[in-house]
Design a protein around this ligand. Structure first.
Ligand code: ACO
Length: 297
């Protein structure tokens, strides 16, 4: 009932200013009064503190010392090598991922949840951030680290979730960052030696993004092993839960049932056909050697 009330609440804040961007919001977010009644909110891109007026934001920025999220930098993309600057392959933006503990940086994580609710319609977590870790993806330049998106993850998920909530801020969407974050969440699961799945329900955009990620990963593994492996093998290699793999294979029509078991049914030619349709995707590779992280204990 409470959830229903939240969902049907009328969108309050229409626009936010964050760093160099102005963004139209998508959904209601329970910012405290008087901020909730404003048409436009000014948000500090480093601390995520919010303000009623541009003037107050500027005054804050003059003394705010943060130039990155308040946590540990656990990943940084490799810098272009000498003479590589003009090379298109090296033209990807410099990115970094920070791990922020909801308990240690409560206000920052609450502000992040309020901000992300503006673009998520069913999120219910805003204030009880202690049980979560937040992985903040940033673009890095001379001015600092600019927040692009994030995902949250329960410190201990009984259900085996490896991701609670994911967001790419609108100016950065459709550039491959969502796929990067999803891939990062599975990379963490692999380091933990666990299999994971995102928390349900998925939004429509969450659904298409995951479907696209799973399809690509499953096809790549099938190609590499010429189709000679079981669903359990794929799951162990990719940290993707078996029922997510089964659904992906079903959608590609690559699965058969034999005496109650799922059997992968595929030829190299069919794999190549499917891969042709997905190779246009923008991907930002993760260099696993650049991930400095140990699981939460
Ligand atoms: N229309 C159609 N397909 C889309 C769209 C879209 N608007 N956005 C993403 N996709 C699909 C595409 O298949 C895309 O692959 P492509 O490159 O072949 O087109 C794939 O998703 C991944 O695209 P990315 O660029 O990597 O994803 P993006 O950075 O845009 O982030 C995300 C995806 C995080 C879902 C973003 O749309 C978002 O933040 N949405 C609002 C918040 C939300 O709904 N989050 C998920 C909630 S569910 C949960 O949190 C567990």
């Amino acid at each position: 009932e409470k959830e229903h009330q939240e969902k049907t609440k009328v969108k309050n804040i229409q626009v936010i200013e964050l760093g160099k961007y102005e963004m139209d919001t998508w959904y209601y977010s329970p910012y405290p009064e008087p901020y909730a009644s404003l048409d436009k909110l000014y948000v500090c891109e480093f601390s995520l503190k919010y303000f009623k007026k541009k003037k107050t934001l500027l005054r804050h920025l003059a003394k705010c010392e943060l130039r990155h999220p308040p946590g540990d930098e656990i990943y940084r993309s490799p810098a272009p090598g000498p003479g590589e600057e003009g090379n298109p392959a090296a033209a990807d933006p410099q990115i970094a991922v920070f791990e922020v503990d909801g308990k240690k940086n409560k206000v920052y994580c609450q502000s992040l949840c309020l901000l992300s609710k503006l673009f998520l319609d069913h999120k219910t977590l805003y204030y009880d951030v202690d049980p979560f870790l937040f992985y903040i993806l940033c673009e890095r330049d001379a001015e600092g680290y600019h927040v692009v998106g994030y995902f949250s993850k329960e410190k201990n998920s009984v259900e085996g979730y490896n991701l609670a909530c994911i967001l790419t801020l609108p100016p950065y969407q459709r550039k491959g960052y969502g796929r990067f974050l999803i891939s990062f969440s599975y990379e963490l699961s692999r380091k933990e030696g666990k299999i994971g799945t995102p928390e349900r329900p998925l939004s429509d955009l969450g659904q298409v993004s995951y479907r696209s990620y799973w399809t690509r990963v499953v096809l790549d593994v099938l190609r590499e092993h010429k189709g000679n492996l079981s669903i359990k093998d794929i799951s162990e290699m990719t940290a993707i839960r078996t029922d997510d793999i089964v659904k992906t294979l079903e959608s590609l029509n690559l699965i058969k049932y034999w005496k109650g078991d799922h059997i992968i049914s595929v030829t190299p030619r069919i794999i190549e056909e499917h891969l042709k349709t997905v190779t246009t995707q923008k991907t930002i590779a993760i260099d696993a050697d650049k991930l400095h992280w140990t699981p939460f204990m």
